[in-house]
Design a protein around this ligand. Structure first.
Ligand code: NDP
Length: 254
């Protein structure tokens, strides 16, 4: 949907927002007054449905195709969103993939897919946001990591490495971009149940049971329990938080 003249001034772009946690983040940001770019790679229908739900609630959003493994795609998608909306205030680098396998069985293709999407993709998304945010005089970048990046999960060696990697990325960016008024933080979700076909479905039952046994609150989280934290970090109340990792995991890792 095309924003009209009474577009709210704040805009946010979310990668991987066609489903799961990204979709919940897009919905929440729209509810909190942002015009939202709903990034999708293959899930165009999902992204359109998210935009329709946002419109039904009186918000504004547009689907934007972006493949974070492709530098040109990221540049073009952010440029198109900025052209359409007039600027960029928040970037949520959420797109991610996981391939669960013991390290000894993890092949080069899986290694490349996870590094390219989760780590290089987060870097590209953050990078694409810098100039538009500088033109706005500041902004917020939130990168979605995982408790896997803090704890290391069996069967997720590469995934854990990429999710640890984005923490270093965010901390360096936080220092580099603070003088420009751009705050950079990480949200590290725990076990989040996104429904059918979601990320935690591929976790072998014994590993899932072991992970669940560590959760103080005794249950998996919901995407909506992550999205509010992300929106806070993107919003006007977050002015003195940068370079931080906010763990949203029901007390799995303390
Ligand atoms: P889903 O698998 O449900 O959704 C992944 C999203 O990422 C989809 O929208 C997908 O787009 C998008 N995506 C995948 N590859 C690319 C790519 N190359 N370019 C652009 N978009 C891409 O994942 P979740 O919602 O569960 O996870 C979202 C984030 O949260 C991920 O970074 C994940 O690592 C992290 N996380 C998830 C946890 C969980 O328990 N669910 C726990 C901790 C962290 P499309 O479908 O359109 O192709």
């Amino acid at each position: 949907m095309t924003p009209s003249n009474d577009t709210p001034t704040k805009t946010a772009f979310v990668t991987g927002a066609s489903r799961g946690i990204g979709a919940a983040i897009a919905m929440r940001l729209a509810r909190d007054g942002f015009v939202v770019g709903v990034g999708y790679r293959s899930g165009e229908d999902g992204a359109k449905a998210v935009c329709e739900s946002i419109a039904a609630e009186g918000g504004r959003a547009m689907p934007v195709r972006v493949d974070v493994t492709d530098p040109e795609s990221v540049k073009d998608a952010v440029a198109a969103f900025v052209k359409e909306t007039g600027g960029l205030d928040a970037m949520v680098a959420n797109a991610g993939v996981v391939e669960n396998n013991m390290a000894v069985f993890t092949g080069e293709e899986a290694l490349a897919a996870m590094v390219e999407t989760n780590l290089s993709g987060a870097f590209r998304s953050a990078k694409a946001a810098i100039k538009p945010m500088m033109r706005r005089g500041g902004g917020r970048i939130v990168i979605i990591s995982s408790v896997a990046g803090l704890m290391g999960n069996p069967g997720q060696a590469v995934y854990s490495a990429t999710k640890a990697g984005v923490i270093g990325l965010a901390k360096a960016l936080a220092r580099e971009l603070a003088p420009k008024g751009i705050l950079v933080n990480v949200v590290a979700p725990g076990l989040i149940d996104t429904g059918d076909g979601g990320m935690i479905e591929g976790i072998p039952p014994e590993h899932r049971a072991a992970a669940e046994s560590l959760i103080a609150l005794g249950r998996a989280g919901k995407p909506e329990e992550v999205s509010g934290v992300v929106s806070f970090l993107c919003g006007a109340d977050s002015t003195y938080l940068t370079g931080q990792v906010v763990t949203v995991d029901g007390g799995m890792r303390m």
